[in-house]
Design a protein around this ligand. Sequence first.
Ligand code: AMP
Length: 287
Amino acid sequence: MEIITEPSVLGERAREWMRAGRSVGFAPTMGSLHAGHASLMALARERTEVVVASVFVNPTQFGPGEDLDAYPRDLEHDVALAERVGVDVLFAPRPEAMYAPEAATWVEVPRLARHLCGASRPTHFRGVCTVVSKLFLLVRPTLAVFGQKDWQQLAIIRRMNADLGFGVEIVGAPIVREADGLALSSRNVRLTPAERTEAVGISRGLALAGELVQRGERDAECIVAEVRARYAADMPSGVVDYLECVDPATIEPVATIAGPVLFAAAVKFSAVRLIDNRYVDMPVASR
Ligand code: AMP
């Protein structure tokens, strides 16, 4: 595996792959890699001849007072994991190599960023879109893999890719979870043991939302109220940032469930903010 830190070197490599007609798969990450990230790389490995992964804690997607400095970093571990999964090139640039001090361009998809994480982190997705655009222009991937754990991000990247004509095949990968259901996240290591025990409540509450839909409940507000009550009981030290039922494609709130919906939650334990979601479709008979 080759480790590249200079954008110009990655760009040169990508031009070589293009000239040779090789397909390129790409998995962008912020590092502190876990099995969720590995699943994205493995998916790319199955589908393309060259696999690129990036590890970059992108400063522009963190708002003031967020955890940019505290975000876990462990490049040595990341190199070993990426190598194990069969990544060909790991791109790990310094922030100064990605952003000139005078940089003044943003890529935004505001219509899909009105709710969920876009509402609580108003500048987050323009940071994501800008860095993913820059990475797409460097790597020129045939295919790029994003996790469904960040469902709203995936929807936004699909829109951006179509609108700007990047021509990348965007692949969504299922959420990888711990045995008890907690979605894997680089931030999980920052939970205290007591918080870790409570945090399983996030996915359990979302599973309850799914069960209520299966049992015939169609009023999203009722379901959200029931899950909130469960959250309060199961996660006394968790602060719910949001818990919403939205349309999986438009990320707009749904009041009456008449088709597939997404229940999405963000819960804070001290300074650690965790997100998770559950895609729920109705039994065909009840549509
Ligand atoms: P991050 O490093 O958290 O920015 O995530 C990089 C990519 O990995 C994003 O596409 C995430 O959606 C994806 N990802 C993170 N955690 C998981 C998980 N538990 N399962 C599947 N994909 C994940």
